[in-house]
Design a protein around this ligand. Sequence first.
Ligand SMILES: N[C@@H](CCC(=O)N[C@@H](CS)C(=O)NCC(=O)O)C(=O)O
Length: 214
Amino acid sequence: MTRPILYSFRRCPYAMRARLAIHVAGIECELREILLRDKAPEFLAASPKGTVPVVVDAGHVIEESLDVMHWALAKHDPQGWLDMPQEGHALIAQSDGPFKSALDRYKYGSRHPEADTDDEREKGADFLRKLNTMLQGQAYLYGENPCLSDMAIVTFVRQFAHVDQDWFYAQPWPDLIRWLDAFKASNLFAAIMGKYPTWQQGDEIIVFCPKTPG
Ligand SMILES: N[C@@H](CCC(=O)N[C@@H](CS)C(=O)NCC(=O)O)C(=O)O
């Protein structure tokens, strides 16, 4: 049986969330690490829009990270990540939309000369305050177990926190910080952050999340 191919980029928060779902689902993939500034032609042939992550599963191309998460969890969802209230989808949309836009303008201020980085940080902080409130008294966004929205959002919160860690960790968001730090310290996060050389045709196959024997 041929394994699905996963085109990925280690530090991309979209690729990270795809790898989180693939890993928790235990799907063995052939990992191909892409260099964003010099994309492999095989990658562009599979998905001309040229964003990671992309999964190619028996000729079927999945080129949106959330779709990759759903694809993986539909196969196997041992932690019940899909067991999420309906509003979790709207929360993910808020993260992928306005929050991600503020994050980009805050993080890459020089690429957005029209934006004021303090204003953008404040827009992002509005969303983070909401998450902090949701996390009060519970380990995850919708209770004591992680679900799709935790894992679809946390990699972007991590990126936001890393723009200016001194500022982030000084904010009155103890529950959000606890949630983020627990994720960063988790075995799951460690398992998806392995370092791989950039892939090119002819390289030896790298198996992402190999099945443990037995
Ligand atoms: N909507 C896409 C967005 C993916 C995305 O934008 N990934 C970035 C890397 S973090 C990318 O591949 N950018 C293309 C480039 O930099 O050339 C998804 O959810 O998969």
